[in-house]
Design a protein around this ligand. Structure first.
Ligand code: SF4
Ligand code: SF4
Length: 293
């Protein structure tokens, strides 16, 4: 199985991964809820190992703006699946008795912990995985397999724990690596429906239409990164006009099909733009220019 593991690494690297590794299912499965374990085993009967790959989307030095860097490019679920599926097929062809199931983002695995256990990076107090060459600016993809590949990781390592991310968080959402979604600006910009007055204030103060990068931008482990972002994620900030935000949900989704900020539909973006416009006291619309956050 050493040869298959080596080939897995070559294929994942060719697919654009800046780091990869393999964790033992015997470590992973007991740490999952019964429901999550059931989902994983249904897709990969006899699951024994989990391969993880990190795909870089930014280096953090892109211009500031009102869209988080992760949301400026293509929908990462699609893009990562497009990169992982051929790897899974190639490994199944090499290893016909095995199954390799690709997952991107919506997996049943505790993704950040599993990636750290694979040795792909460190656990950050900002709740993210910190890779060596792309820091936390990565999307994680997984291949679950029943092949008994050698595990590559070991004990999970953590970041230096400087606490800058906690102190930089505008909503006070970070505590020891856990993120409170009711206080996290990134989660709130994506939330459908009404926000509380406190949450609306946070959104106005944060000045973002979608997402928040502060706990990444301040992190010392995100400096001096060398991995090049993958081209489908390295795009200028989206420009949304008033007309775009007035579209019905279906028309909005159709127009921006394949973009990362579309998955909750038009309503959260329309609300966020209205809140920012109120705060600016003028019509900034969503046809925004980068601000100096
Ligand atoms: S994304 Fe922003 S609001 Fe959310 S935890 Fe990080 S710094 Fe805080
Ligand atoms: S800012 Fe400091 S504490 Fe937060 S993730 Fe980075 S190294 Fe860890």
């Amino acid at each position: 199985m050493d040869g298959i593991l080596r080939r897995s690494g070559e294929l994942l690297t060719q697919a654009g991964a800046c780091a990869w590794g393999c964790a033992d299912g015997a470590w992973l499965l007991p740490r999952m809820s019964e429901d999550a374990r059931g989902r994983a085993l249904e897709r990969t009967p006899g699951l024994r190992r989990l391969l993880c790959a990190a795909f870089p989307y930014a280096r953090g030095d892109e211009a500031a703006g009102r869209f988080s860097r992760y949301a400026r490019g293509e929908d990462y679920h699609r893009a990562i699946m497009r990169r992982l599926a051929p790897v899974a097929e190639a490994l199944e062809a090499l290893c016909p008795e095995a199954v390799f199931t690709p997952w991107a983002d919506s997996s049943p695995f505790p993704e950040v912990y599993a990636a750290a256990r694979c040795g792909v990076g460190k656990l950050g107090k900002n709740g993210l995985l910190l890779t060596r060459t792309a820091g936390s600016y990565v999307f994680l993809g997984f291949l679950a397999t029943n092949a008994p590949l050698p595990a590559t990781g070991g004990e999970i390592t953590s970041c230096r724990g400087c606490g800058l991310c906690e102190r930089s968080c505008p909503g006070g959402a970070l505590h020891g690596g856990a993120v409170d979604p009711e206080k996290c600006l990134s989660a709130l910009t994506q939330k459908r429906g009404a926000l509380t007055p406190e949450q609306e204030n946070l959104l106005r103060r944060g000045g973002m239409l979608w997402g928040c990068d502060r706990c990444q931008l301040c992190c010392p482990e995100n400096q001096g990164l060398t991995a090049a972002p993958l081209p489908e994620f390295h795009r200028p900030e989206p420009l949304l006009t008033d007309e775009d935000l007035a579209l019905g949900d279906r028309a909005f989704r159709r127009k921006f099909d394949g973009r990362a900020f579309v998955w909750r539909g038009v309503q959260p973006l329309r609300r966020n733009a209205a809140l920012l416009r109120e705060d600016d006291g003028e019509d900034t619309s969503a046809d925004h220019t980068p601000h100096g956050a």
